[in-house]
Design a protein around this ligand. Structure first.
Ligand code: C5P
Length: 312
């Protein structure tokens, strides 16, 4: 290796956007343990700032409002993204990766996946530039994204998309207008595998939601661009399972709707709840009311759709 890592190596930066599932239909468990999904993703403006600079030693740093619980080590999924890119460019995985966390962690908003998507772009750009290699194609990056996790391909793509398979098979969807969200996060996280497992248990006992794999109503509402229409058809098959594990989320959903949200749903596997609102003032009111009435919650207001991971 002829180059050494030093401050003359360029600092590359990217935005890593959160997502919300407007529809999350969950089919049966597959032989590989994953569930077949029919989901509609929307990327949100709220984003982490991820940066990478080539250097000889591997280093991972985590800062920001939502850094608690995020591994500041090579265990972080985003570092695995750097490793995959380096491996495919036949280079060593090294350098400093920094994540400034604004997306609540372990909350069903794909913050970890978004950082990994941003790290794929960053490592690809930085390493190919630093070492004069041909960069990996976007097609290859999508393949690596799917290897990293079910939500990583969408956080790379952004916008609004239908996700099939385990969520990694994406088709962009037409979406008109901007949607305003009050997002309520929770001090205590919820493990994604345990929520899927709970849904299997509920279904085996004849109590879980039947799979809602038809996304047509959401697709039509998005073309219309009317948040009232979208609110009427938003759905999450994982919600009964998340509520069964965390009954406190029911009160959060009720408080948010009573405060004026058009509709509140558990975001992905939760415990984050997402409230679609008519305007920003209402969204601020939803955050204020829910946080005042529910211990351990905090909130933010954001809009969608936004872009996927983007180099800045
Ligand atoms: O792909 P990802 O690492 O995000 O998935 C985390 C876990 O969520 C999986 O190990 C699995 O238990 C569950 N999952 C699932 N079906 C999916 C996506 C995730 O059962 N389609």
């Amino acid at each position: 290796m002829s180059r050494t890592g030093n401050d003359s190596s360029q600092l590359w930066q990217a935005c890593a956007h959160a997502k919300v599932n407007l529809h999350l239909g969950v089919g049966e468990a597959r032989a590989d343990g994953f569930h077949e999904l029919a989901t509609v993703f929307q990327a949100l403006d709220v984003h982490d700032r991820v940066s990478y600079r080539w250097g000889e030693k591997p280093a991972v740093e985590v800062t920001g409002n939502h850094a608690t619980g995020v591994p500041a080590s090579t265990e972080n999924l985003a570092w695995r993204a750097v490793e995959l890119v380096a491996h495919n460019l036949m280079l060593p995985a090294a350098g400093t990766l920094t994540m400034e966390k604004n997306i609540p962690a372990a909350g069903g908003m794909a913050g970890g996946s978004a950082d990994a998507a941003a790290a794929l772009l960053l490592a690809n750009q930085a390493l190919s530039t630093e070492f004069g290699r041909e960069a990996l194609s976007m097609e290859k990056l999508y393949e690596l994204a799917a290897e990293l996790g079910s939500d990583v391909p969408f956080t790379l793509m952004g916008g609004t998309a239908l996700g099939r398979g385990r969520g990694e098979l994406l088709t962009p969807m037409l979406s008109r207008g901007r949607y305003i969200w009050a997002i309520i996060t929770n001090a205590e996280g919820l493990s994604t595998p345990s929520v899927f497992h709970k849904l299997d248990e509920l279904r085996a006992a004849g109590r879980g939601s039947t799979p809602h794999l038809d996304t047509e109503a959401v697709g039509q509402a998005l073309v219309g661009g009317n948040p009232h229409e979208l609110a009427a058809v938003m759905h999450n098959d994982l919600q009964p399972a998340a509520l069964s594990l965390r009954p406190d989320l029911r009160k959060i959903l009720d408080t948010g709707e009573a405060a004026g949200a058009l509709k509140g749903i558990v975001s992905g596997s939760g415990p984050t709840c997402a409230f679609l609102c008519e305007d920003e003032e209402t969204a601020q009111e939803v955050v204020a009311q829910v946080c005042a009435d529910n211990r351990g919650t905090s909130g933010l207001v954001t809009t969608g759709p936004a872009t996927g991971a983007t180099l800045v």
